[in-house]
Design a binder for this molecule. Structure first.
Ligand code: CA
Length: 231
């Protein structure tokens, strides 16, 4: 029995039905809300494990719902958006969402996103137990020693590459936007920072994926940002 409690926030009845049917079939527990106000209330009274949030709600903008919830809760939020523009997703991610799905989406995609988020939750719980070392596949980051290893061999990283790697590891499973990353690394987000970021990310990725068969640790989300995948 899957014990994960999902809050489905969606005002379109047919999409809500599809999600609820999928959740039921996979033994998730669920709650539903059709407005932003109800979503906030349900979150505060039932403390769900994951929130699936439609951005286009009748009473308020989904991004404002995220901002409100983030004032007191870290519950993972997967944004569901009919809008194909990257800007909306970026705004939602910067407001504190963890991941996104674009409508129309398949049942498999929805389930895959939920699994990613559940793995991330489990990983962050383990992380709290032994905070000093991060493990992911054959990648190991020893935060206290300031060293990273791949298959027990030390990686030779520049200070910025190491900082980037730590940021991605600390947020494993979560899509980080360009703005979020450049703010954390350089303290600002100027136009040319995204170009520099791309260069550092390419060299970091080369070092991470040099001898691993086909393991991909860093996922690129074109126009949005990057994610460290839990392998
Ligand atoms: Ca809607």
């Amino acid at each position: 029995m899957n014990k994960t409690l999902i809050l489905v926030v969606e005002d379109d009845k047919s999409v809500q039905n599809l999600m609820v049917t999928t959740l039921k079939a996979h033994e998730y527990r669920y709650l539903t809300a059709m407005s932003g106000e109800t979503a906030i209330l349900e979150t505060s009274s039932h403390n769900p494990d994951i929130i699936l949030l439609d951005l286009g709600l009748p009473d308020m903008d989904g991004v404002d719902v995220i901002r409100k919830i983030r004032t007191w809760s870290d519950t993972p939020i997967i944004v569901i958006s009919a809008r194909s523009e990257d800007a909306d997703k970026v705004e939602a991610l910067d407001a504190g969402a963890d991941d996104y799905l674009t409508k129309p989406f398949s049942v498999e995609e929805l389930l895959a996103r939920l699994r990613v988020t559940e793995r991330r939750l489990a990983a962050s719980q383990n992380e709290q137990k032994k905070d000093a070392v991060f493990m992911n596949g054959s990648l190991r980051v020893d935060y206290s020693a300031g060293c990273a290893y791949l298959e027990d061999e030390e990686l030779h990283l520049t200070p910025i590459e190491y900082k980037l790697l730590c940021l991605l590891c600390r947020n494993v499973g979560k899509v980080l936007t360009h703005t979020f990353i450049t703010q954390k690394i350089w303290g600002h987000s100027w136009d040319n920072d995204v170009a520099s970021l791309r260069v550092f990310m390419a060299t970091l990725r080369k070092k991470l994926e040099k001898n691993s068969e086909s393991v991909q640790y860093i996922q690129t989300h074109v126009g949005i940002g990057y994610r460290m995948v839990k392998v």
